[in-house]
Design a protein around this ligand. Structure first.
Ligand code: EPZ
Length: 416
């Protein structure tokens, strides 16, 4: 298993181009199920989760060629199924449920099973599909869904769900009648998916707000689309600038996507110069000030940036309180940060971080995608050498993050 060896202390400087967003690419790839023919997606990030989705689409009957402009081509026979041995490696596989049900009238999708950061059930997805007339039963660990043709419906999500919103929005594009999603997720990735579906001929209004209206059509056509920038990669690199007291210009990503983070970094003493909607610079102070954070659905502070921001707070001046409201178990990075000398107390969904003067490099282990990013960020500022093990977690969602940080002056070695 690969690991990263990080020598701490360098102030990161320079500029970096942000890759395409994994969490926009995954639903867009699933959306290709909805329309026969050749789709082209630009700026797919070359990360493990994208390869897994390509493998799943291949299994279903859509061949994917992953290069700069990735094409998705329909073969003749389909298999409307997402098997356990693929789904267990990536829960976002559930994104094929809505499109398969809408296109083929049936779908058999393995339940994803447990996840490190929380139970992450799919009840809101299934409840919405049933409201649209789907017959759903769960047996042998699979979701079996049937619907001759889904019917438009009024759907209110009990709580905000990103892939739930995306699954139902995709299913509704081919339904008979109009579907309204209330309390819909407002993430930029939802809006990006809607833009791609509209290019395919879908009638969608309100994407990016908490109320989305989809008027079903008979058929969709293949389309080309360029994926939006990965705001979580941009936020991760902004945290790297903050903790090292460096100065990094982030390109090809709209600063609006991470406004909540940038405001918190400014409160902590960083300066954030916004040049335009695709270029901004984050300049870290000599020492960060402690600030409190509570995660929330977009446009609130992203849960996917909580671990990275916590790494910054471990060496801030003062005590910060971080509340994680989205997932019930997303503090696994805290014990690894404590191994680096951080002073963190966890109480349920709240972590109290007492800033220390310095972290000391050590061997640490990644437990999930964003926790691994948090350990890399901490290692950049720690005295001496930090070894981050199990970085296959990092490679699931970051396209060459270590390479990008090295280009910014970090001392990182990837050891196979
Ligand atoms: C998406 O996951 C992202 N993944 C996650 O990013 C991100 O952390 C999350 O949204 C929140 O922003 C992708 O987009 C592929 P949710 P998703 O449904 O859709 C509960 C990463 O690091 N819930 O918005 O699975 C759920 O348990 C990943 O890239 C139900 O109870 O998240 C959670 O507590 C990690 N029932 C909360 O809602 C449901 O049917 C929000 O989950 C669905 C969700």
């Amino acid at each position: 298993m690969d690991k990263l060896i990080i020598q701490g202390g360098a102030k990161l400087k320079g500029s970096v181009k942000i890759s395409g967003a994994k969490n926009a690419a995954l639903p867009c790839m699933a959306a290709a199920i909805l329309a026969e023919g050749k789709h082209t997606l630009h700026r797919l990030p070359h990360v493990a989760d994208i390869k897994t989705m390509a493998k799943l689409l291949d299994y279903i009957g859509i061949s994917v060629s992953l290069d700069h402009a990735s094409t998705l081509n329909h073969s003749k026979e389909y298999k409307a199924e997402a098997p356990y041995d693929i789904v267990k490696t990536m829960r976002a596989s559930s994104l094929v449920l809505g499109p398969m049900l809408a296109r083929f009238g049936s779908a058999r999708v393995s339940l994803p099973g447990g996840c490190a950061i929380g139970a992450r059930p799919l009840n809101l997805h299934l409840k919405a599909l049933e409201a649209m007339g789907a017959k759903i039963n769960l047996e042998e660990g699979y979701i079996n869904a049937e619907a001759k043709r889904l019917k438009g419906a009024m759907i209110h999500f009990d709580n905000t769900t990103v892939t739930g919103t995306e699954n139902i929005m995709m299913a509704a594009t081919l339904a008979d009648g109009t579907t309204v999603l209330e309390n819909a997720a407002r993430e930029p990735e939802v809006e990006d998916l809607a833009n791609y579906l509209i290019k395919m001929g879908a009638h969608i209004e309100g994407a990016g707000t908490d109320r989305i209206t989809i008027e079903g059509v008979k058929e969709l056509r293949p389309a080309d689309h360029t994926i939006i920038a990965d705001r979580i990669e941009a936020g991760t690199i902004a945290c790297a600038a903050a903790i090292t007291g460096g100065k990094i210009t982030i390109e090809d990503c709209d600063p609006k996507f991470i406004e909540a983070l940038l405001l918190k970094l400014q409160e902590a003493g960083c300066t954030c110069d916004i040049e335009n909607t695709s270029r901004f610079t984050v300049h870290g102070p000599r020492r960060l000030k402690a600030v409190d954070v509570t995660t929330a659905p977009y446009p609130g502070f992203a849960t996917d940036l909580q671990a990275q921001f916590m790494a910054c707070m471990t060496v801030a001046d003062g005590t910060s309180v971080i509340a994680e409201t989205i997932f019930e178990n997303r503090f696994m990075h805290t014990q690894e940060l404590v191994r680096l000398g951080a002073d963190i107390k966890v109480d349920g969904r709240t972590a109290i971080i007492k800033g220390v003067d310095k972290l000391i490099g050590a061997q640490v282990m990644a437990t999930d995608l964003r926790a691994s990013a948090s350990l890399v960020i901490a290692g950049l500022a720690a005295n001496g050498q930090t070894e981050v093990q199990r970085i296959y977690h990092l490679d699931r969602g970051y396209e060459g993050l270590d390479k990008k940080l090295v280009e910014l002056g970090a001392e990182i070695q990837r050891v196979h």
